[in-house]
Design a protein. Structure first.
Length: 398
């Protein structure tokens, strides 16, 4: 009797091991893709939020398209745009700057009204500015932005999205800086060169009391390479410094590799080491990080040059560095075609734009998570175990 039980347990262990490898471990490279949007110039995509994509439809026109309902809102800006516009998390507010009036404007897609936020710019001329891209707080009530001055430095400022107040938080920042709101709508993580330092640091800035805490020094940003890549991706500056959904950790890039660091700077972990990464995004559930790489980018960091035509690849990885998998690859010509993507709101899929349009990648339907396959395999295991049990019972009686 004991031998029979041991043999059945051994068989069960083998079956569970097989099921774990082929049934419960998802093969994301085989996930289904459904086209949700027709072709858009990827280098014109300014922002992506769940089912909405914001793109430039002309030098002074912005379009917000809901690709599920196929509804769109066209915004005629006050002159030629000076930087990429951005949306709040709901896609109902759009912030932009234009040539004729380089102050910030917040446009409501619901009412059609716009509110001005004066920047007080003191420079001598206006030009297309990739660096000064504002950021809405998660609740959409505040707007963080970089404000330039005559010394060619920037200050990090925050304003009410309704235009009723604004204040400076941090001064002496170099023009290329990357920042992200904490989910608490109060703290801002900023990766920037400040105080004349050659290397960047990560700071936590409290928008309520203006308290500034440096949590990481000597971050290698290699801005000359990122100029042509990261900042042309959807809300591209998100890709170098981003809070996790819980607001406890920050993922950031240094020399093309991904690191995570706790909000107090006490613990840091390196996730990748190939040097080819240029954009990352936390999943809404915080259990995955999706990121883009471009072949040869790591070498480009060293030489200062990046090939104009290479493969761009989309990957998934766990926040502890395990579970890496490449899920999509496509040859892209030029610096600007960098496969803009975003997570769906429920974290179960990724919407990616390429030269053919927008596609929903359903991660739940990855090969390993097919419920029918798992149920069929479980039934087969039960039948096999019953058969083995009957055979063993017969021979041991004999």
């Amino acid at each position: 009797m004991i031998k029979k039980i041991l043999l059945l347990l051994l068989l069960l262990a083998v079956c569970l091991s097989f099921l774990n490898q082929y049934g419960f471990t998802p093969d994301y490279s085989a996930c289904s893709m459904t086209k949700v949007c027709e072709q858009l110039p990827t280098y014109n995509i300014g922002d992506l939020k769940d089912t909405k994509v914001l793109y430039l439809s002309g030098n002074s026109h912005i379009t917000v398209l809901d690709y599920y309902s196929n509804q769109e809102v066209s915004i005629h800006c006050r002159g030629v745009l000076l930087s990429f516009p951005v949306m709040d998390n709901t896609g109902t507010k759009v912030a932009y700057r234009s040539y004729s009036d380089p102050n910030l404007w917040v446009y409501s897609t619901e009412t059609g009204g716009a509110v001005q936020i004066p920047l007080g710019y003191t420079g001598s001329r206006w030009e297309w500015d990739l660096h000064n891209i504002p950021r809405f707080s998660p609740d959409g009530e505040q707007l963080a932005y970089l404000q330039s001055n005559s010394s060619e430095n920037y200050s990090l400022s925050v304003a009410d999205a309704g235009g009723s107040w604004k204040k400076d938080l941090m001064t002496g920042i170099a023009n290329l800086s990357y920042y992200d709101w904490n989910p608490d709508n109060r703290r801002i993580a900023i990766l920037a060169k400040a105080g004349g330092n050659e290397r960047a640091s990560i700071y936590i800035v409290d928008s309520a009391d203006s308290d500034i805490t440096k949590i990481k020094e000597n971050v290698e940003t290699k801005h000359s390479i990122l100029d042509g890549l990261c900042q042309w991706s959807p809300a591209g500056l998100d890709g170098l410094c981003q809070w996790n959904p819980a607001g406890t950790n920050i993922a950031y890039m240094s020399a093309g590799n991904i690191f995570t660091i706790t909000a107090d700077g006490s613990h840091e972990h390196q996730l990748t080491d190939d040097g080819n990464t240029f954009l990352l995004k936390w999943s809404p559930t915080g259990d995955k990080i999706a990121y883009l790489t471009r072949d040869g980018l790591g070498q480009g960091y060293e030489t200062g040059q990046v090939k104009k035509g290479e493969y761009s690849r989309l990957h998934l990885i766990n926040p502890d560095g395990t579970g890496h998998e490449e899920i999509f690859a496509e040859y892209t010509e030029g610096f600007l075609n960098v496969l803009p993507f975003t997570w769906t709101e429920d974290g179960k899929g990724i919407v990616l734009f390429n030269h053919e349009g927008g596609h929903l990648m359903d991660l739940e339907k990855a090969a390993g998570y097919d419920p029918a396959l798992i149920a069929l395999f479980a039934l087969c295991v039960a039948i096999v175990m019953c058969a083995v049990s009957i055979v063993l019972e017969y021979y041991w009686r004999v």
